[in-house]
Design a protein around this ligand. Structure first.
Ligand code: ADP
Ligand code: MG
Length: 475
C-alpha cells in the first residue's frame, strides 16, 4: 500500500470524526485500519467481529460516503476482522487465599438472599468489599429496547468473556440520565460474571472507591489495596461522576491504567460522556474515551410497557393475587414518563393499595395512585453534536467548517449561532463548549453568545431562524 493511500486514509478518518463526533468516533473507528485499496475497493480491518458487525450495520454508508467525498473512484468498502494482531489479554491468576465474603445487604433493598459478592484477600477486603448488589438486577430482568440494545450487547459480552479471551473494548463506558438502567446493567454484569466464575468481578460505586481508598491510606494498607486489585478480573465502577478530589482521581487514573494495561476489563457508568467529566484531567478523560463509549437513551413507551410487565410478573411470585390489567399497564407506560424508578414506584403503589384494601387494580385507582408521578414531557436532552449538525444543515455549511478556524462570514455567523444554542439549550460550561467547537477559548464562546443575544433583539428574521432551530432540536 502506498503512502498516498495511508494519507488518504488519514484524511478520511478526520472527515469521519468530524461527521460522527468524537465519542462515536473513538468508540467505533479508532481501531480501524486500512488494509488495501485496489479495484475501487477499500479494505478496512477492525479487531473484532462485534465491531465489524456493528459498523457494517450502522455506519457502512457513512464510511463509504466519507471515502467518496475524498476520492470519487471508491465504489465499495470491505470490512474484515484482522486476526493475528490482537493484543492478547494477560490471564488473571486466581488468588488461592480468597474466601467468599457475603456483600453487606442493604436493608430494605434486598428482599432475596444475597449471593457472595466478591471475596478480596483478607487484608484487602476491608478496603475493597464490593458495594451491595440487588439480586433483582440481573440480565433476566433487564428489558432490551431500541435505546439500550448496544449497551446491553456490550455488557453481555463482558459478562460472558473468558479469562483468556482478548479484551474487546476497554473500558466499557456506559452513560445515561438518571433511572435509565445503568446500575441495573452493571449489577447484571457482576452477577453473571461471578456466576460464570471465570473472572472475579468487583462492583464498586465511585463513593465506595473513594471511601475504600481513603481509608486504606489511613490505615497504611494502600499496598494491600493494590495487591487486592490485582486479583480482580473485571472492575465495575458505578456513578463515576461522583468521583471527587485530586488524590482520589490520581489513584483512579493509576488503577485504571494498571488494570487496562494488564488486560483486565474495566466497566464504568456515569450520567455523562467522558468528554463532559469536567473535573477529571485530560489524560483520564481520553483513556476513558478510548474504549467503547455507549449512551443509553430514554426509555420509550414500548420499553416502559415491557419493563412494567416484567415487574408485575416478578411481583406475582410473591403476591400471586396481584394482577394489573393491560389497560392499566398501558396507561402507566404512557403517562409515567420519567424513568425506571418512577415506573417501579408506580407499581409499588398499586401493589400496596391492592394488598391493603383487597381491591382489584383498576384504571381509576391507578389514575388516582400515580397522579403525582405523571409529569409533563421532560425536555429533551439536547446534544452539542446535534446542534452542530442541525445548524450546519440550516446554513449549508459542513460540521467541520463549524469546528474549523475559518473566519469567513458564511461560517462565522452559523458558528456563533451554534455556540449560542449550545449555551442556552445545554448545561455545558463555556470552556466545555469551546472545547467542543474545535478547541476554542471560553472567551470566544462568550463573545458569540453575547453577539447573538444582541442581534436577536433587533433582527426579527434571525430571531425566527433561531426559534426554528430550537424547535427542531427539541422535537
Ligand atoms: P440508573 O442507575 O441509570 O439511574 P437504575 O439501573 O437504577 O438506573 O434503574 C432504575 C430502575 O429502572 C431500576 O428499578 C431498574 O431495574 C429499572 N430499569 C431501568 N431500565 C431497565 C430495563 N431496560 N429493564 C428493566 N428494568 C429497567
Ligand atoms: Mg445508578
Amino acid at each position: 500500500m502506498s503512502n498516498a493511500d495511508q494519507d488518504s486514509w488519514s484524511r478520511v478518518k478526520e472527515r469521519l470524526r468530524a461527521d460522527v463526533g468524537d465519542d462515536v468516533y473513538s468508540s467505533w473507528f479508532a481501531r480501524m485500519d486500512l488494509e488495501a485499496f485496489e479495484d475501487k475497493t477499500v479494505r478496512l480491518s477492525v479487531p473484532t467481529r462485534f465491531l465489524k458487525n456493528w459498523i457494517q450495520s450502522h455506519y457502512a454508508e457513512r464510511v463509504l460516503a466519507c471515502w467518496q467525498a475524498h476520492d470519487s473512484n471508491v465504489a465499495r468498502i470491505e470490512l474484515i476482522v484482522r486476526s493475528a494482531v490482537l493484543r492478547q489479554a494477560v490471564p488473571v491468576k486466581p488468588r488461592e487465599t480468597a474466601a467468599p465474603v457475603a456483600g453487606h445487604a442493604e436493608a430494605g433493598r434486598m428482599n432475596g438472599h444475597a449471593r457472595p459478592v466478591f471475596a478480596a484477600d483478607a487484608a484487602g477486603h476491608e478496603a475493597l468489599g464490593g458495594s451491595p448488589l440487588d439480586p433483582r438486577l440481573t440480565f433476566d430482568t433487564f428489558v432490551v429496547g431500541r435505546s439500550n440494545t448496544l449497551a446491553h450487547a456490550a455488557a453481555k459480552q463482558v459478562a460472558i468473556a473468558r479469562r483468556t479471551d482478548p479484551v474487546m473494548f476497554n473500558p466499557l463506558y456506559i452513560h445515561a440520565g438518571v433511572g435509565l438502567g445503568k446500575t441495573h446493567l452493571l449489577q447484571a454484569i457482576t452477577w453473571a460474571g461471578n456466576a460464570a466464575g471465570e473472572r472475579k468481578v468487583l462492583y464498586l460505586t465511585a463513593e465506595k472507591f473513594m471511601y475504600g481508598f481513603v481509608s486504606a491510606i489511613r490505615t497504611q494498607t494502600a499496598l494491600a489495596f493494590k495487591e487486592a486489585l490485582r486479583g480482580i478480573g473485571v472492575l465495575v465502577i458505578d456513578d463515576l461522576q461522583f468521583l471527587q478530589g485530586k488524590s482520589t482521581q490520581a489513584e483512579f487514573c493509576h488503577t485504571l491504567n494498571a488494570l487496562i494495561d494488564a488486560g483486565r476489563q474495566v466497566v464504568i457508568a456515569s450520567d455523562r460522556p467522558p468528554s463532559d467529566l469536567e473535573s477529571l484531567d485530560d489524560r483520564v478523560r481520553s483513556r476513558l474515551a478510548g474504549g467503547l463509549v455507549v449512551e443509553m437513551g430514554g426509555l420509550g413507551e414500548e420499553l416502559r410497557f415491557e419493563i412494567l410487565k416484567t415487574r408485575v410478573t416478578a411481583a406475582r411470585a410473591h403476591h400471586p393475587t396481584f394482577d394489573v390489567p393491560q389497560p392499566v399497564l398501558s396507561y402507566i407506560a404512557k403517562t409515567v414518563t420519567h424513568n425506571g424508578r418512577d415506573l417501579e414506584g408506580a407499581l409499588n403503589r398499586l401493589l400496596a393499595h391492592s394488598k391493603l384494601t383487597g381491591h382489584a387494580v383498576t384504571l381509576e385507582m391507578a389514575e388516582r395512585e400515580v397522579r403525582d408521578l405523571v409529569r409533563p414531557q421532560e425536555p429533551k436532552r439536547v446534544k452539542i453534536e446535534d446542534i452542530q449538525r442541525i445548524v450546519a444543515r440550516q446554513y449549508n455549511v459542513s460540521r467541520s467548517d463549524l469546528l474549523s478556524s475559518r473566519r469567513t462570514a458564511n461560517v462565522v455567523r452559523p458558528r456563533q449561532v451554534a455556540m449560542y444554542l449550545a449555551k442556552t439549550l445545554t448545561l455545558r460550561s463555556l470552556p466545555e463548549i469551546g472545547r467542543r467547537f474545535g478547541g476554542r477559548d471560553h472567551t470566544t464562546v462568550l463573545h458569540a453568545v453575547r453577539k447573538i443575544e444582541g442581534l436577536v433583539g433587533n433582527d426579527v428574521s434571525l430571531a425566527e431562524e433561531i426559534e426554528g432551530l430550537k424547535r427542531q432540536l427539541q422535537e
